[in-house]
Write a new protein. Sequence first.
Length: 279
Amino acid sequence: MADFWKRFCRNRGAVIGITILAVVVLVAVLAPLVFPQSPWRMVQRPFLPPFSMEQYPLGTDALGRNVMSGLAYGAQVSLLVGLVSTVAALLIGIPIGALAGYFGGWIDDALMRFTEFFQTVPSFALAIVLVAIFEPSIQSIIAAIAIVSWPPVARLVRGEVLSLRSREYIEAAILSGQTSAAIILRQVLPNTLSPIIVLASLMVATAILLESSLSFLGLGDPNMMSWGYMIGAARTVIRQAWWLSFFPGVAILLTVLALNLIGEGLNDALNPRLARRGK
């Protein structure tokens, strides 16, 4: 673990990324304490410019709502959707990829054709259709993003399992009489964790972008403030009140950038070849 952190910290981008993400998480956690009032509540006159009042440093929107409060509560939504949808996608994709790679043959063909079926439809278009069918809510958004995100996981795990399937320790486990389920869970999957962890960090970033895009189009949860909703609501007054779309846009940019930098750092730290080169 100590070696892992040393390799991770060598990547300056990764350190910057984890610092930015820590700030976003802190803002999300402290949002109810710092802003006890609902982010939907009108607190001042509409279109109050940023830095004109100490109480509302980022100004107010078209309905007089506190922009900073909206950003803080929007961080909660983005992180919740990103993390939960990624976990759900991993729970779908890992078993499918592991079974396809381990058993091969007709099982592999059937599972990969099933995976390709989801990949033939553009992810964003499929997410829009799914959310529209189930009605916009935080649950339907998470489910839709998970459904469109699992195919790359399945393909990655399948490739890793195929490369491990012929290893000597796997053959020894088979000869010792261990069941297929035990071999997959104890011998195969633990050795595929490194690329899965890296992919998961990038999937969280993609999920945040997807949620923001859906909210921008009016398909977000109407009861929860989100960064995408804030940008979508401000698009008609962008010339009159630039800050309404600028600040949530910067929040999305920094969060997604941070997650991508962390993914790059994890790849450097978990990849043995890169680790050896660093030495």
